[in-house]
Design a protein around this ligand. Structure first.
Ligand code: FES
Length: 140
């Protein structure tokens, strides 16, 4: 019915405040856990870019939060640690043709908002699960 249809539209277009941007700037990426099991990774590229994507790789479910972040052909990309496929941070595309699920991020008054219908995203308590440093320091 119409109410249900409208609710779906609203739910699919919901901005969630996931916390202070400064906190997410201390790591190259942060894994977020959601109640419905749709984990997400927030990637930070200095000085001020944030990206959000599914925590699992669209190839075979590899942990993107353990991926390396590098400039590949002029596009900042994350490299899945399992088979080395890369995905562009700006649109989730990959030279393999696979597509990673990305989410829109905006920073408002110092807080990061992610457009997602997932419930209750909270930072993972496992702080060792973070993106590895790339060989080149991307923050300089
Ligand atoms: Fe990510 Fe294979 S699972 S490249």
């Amino acid at each position: 019915d119409l109410v249900k249809a409208l609710k779906e539209v609203v739910d699919s277009n919901r901005w969630q405040n996931i916390g202070a941007a400064e906190k997410f700037k201390t790591k190259k990426c942060t894994r977020l856990l959601s109640e419905d099991g749709e984990d997400m990774v927030i990637v930070f590229v200095a000085p001020d870019k944030f990206y959000a994507m599914d925590a699992s790789c669209p190839h075979a479910g590899g942990p993107m939060n353990l991926g390396d972040i590098e400039d590949i052909g002029g596009h900042m990309s994350i490299i899945c640690p399992w088979h080395g496929y890369s995905f562009r941070l700006d649109d989730g595309s990959s030279p393999t043709g696979l597509q990673q699920q990305m989410y829109t991020v905006k920073v408002l008054e110092g807080n990061i908002y992610v457009n997602t219908s997932s419930e209750l995203l909270v930072p993972s308590s496992n702080t060792t699960e973070n993106c590895e440093d790339s060989k080149e320091d991307i923050s300089s």
